[in-house]
Design a protein around this ligand. Structure first.
Ligand code: PLP
Length: 219
């Protein structure tokens, strides 16, 4: 199927309230333009350099989401334009984003990335770490950041029950946090598991290969 057909196929499966982040990492600007022309405005990238290059070449009304691990020394390159950083996985990075956002006189939206997968994953906060950061945020420690939700990735497996269990854990945490502040975004689900994620309460999904086709290398 073409990119256009893929895009419509995915959009048709998403309920009205579910936001689509089109994950364009490794795909060229021309492919992003195609999807942009179909009306898509939210795109996700996982590497800072690739993101800044694409940002400079593409229409300025794109809302860029960073979905990959971010190093503190790279925050400055995206702080001026990034819409949402979905991959906040430490206090250190949150502090740095807050600092750089202040320089640009902005409030940057972030999601706390929580480790929900059973498999050993490198990045993500434990539930307790996420709670602690959220508590600090609610106290006003990070004035140039707005924590608008949570993000998680399920284990890479065909076991739907396992995936469902992991997504439900994050949904429970999301509901828990929501008692202290209304959170907008529960970001779970990728090309292979977004229907399960939506059943479990996701209102934002990050879909790459099902729109743009397979990537040349795993990332
Ligand atoms: C690459 C990536 C996606 C999209 O994955 P697909 O399987 O291509 O849909 C979603 N979320 C994160 C964090 C990613 O790195």
């Amino acid at each position: 199927m073409s990119i256009q057909e893929n895009y419509h196929h995915i959009k048709n499966q998403l309920p009205e309230h579910v936001q689509l982040v089109a994950v364009s990492k490794t795909h060229p600007v021309s492919a992003i333009s195609e999807v942009y022309d179909l009306g898509q405005r939210i795109f996700g990238e996982n590497k800072v350099q690739e993101l800044t290059e694409k940002h400079s070449e593409l229409p300025q009304d794109i809302q860029w989401h960073l979905i990959g691990h971010l190093q503190t020394n790279k925050v400055k390159y995206i702080a001026g334009f990034i819409d949402t950083i979905q991959s906040v996985d430490s206090e250190k990075i949150l502090k740095e984003i807050n600092k750089e956002a202040a320089k640009h006189n902005r409030i940057i939206k972030v999601l706390l990335q929580v480790k929900i997968a059973e498999e050993d994953t490198k990045y993500g906060l434990t539930e307790d770490e996420a709670r602690e950061l959220f508590r600090q945020f609610l106290k006003g420690t990070f004035p140039n950041i707005d924590i608008t939700g949570l993000m998680g990735m399920a284990t890479f497996t065909d076991d739907k029950a396992q995936i469902r269990k992991e997504f439900m854990n994050l949904k429970t945490l999301f509901d828990d946090f929501s008692r202290d502040k209304v959170l907008e975004t529960l970001s779970m689900g990728m090309s292979d598991d977004f229907p399960v994620a939506i059943e479990c309460g996701a209102n934002s999904v990050r879909v790459g290969s099902a729109i743009f086709g397979q990537r040349d290398y795993a990332s």
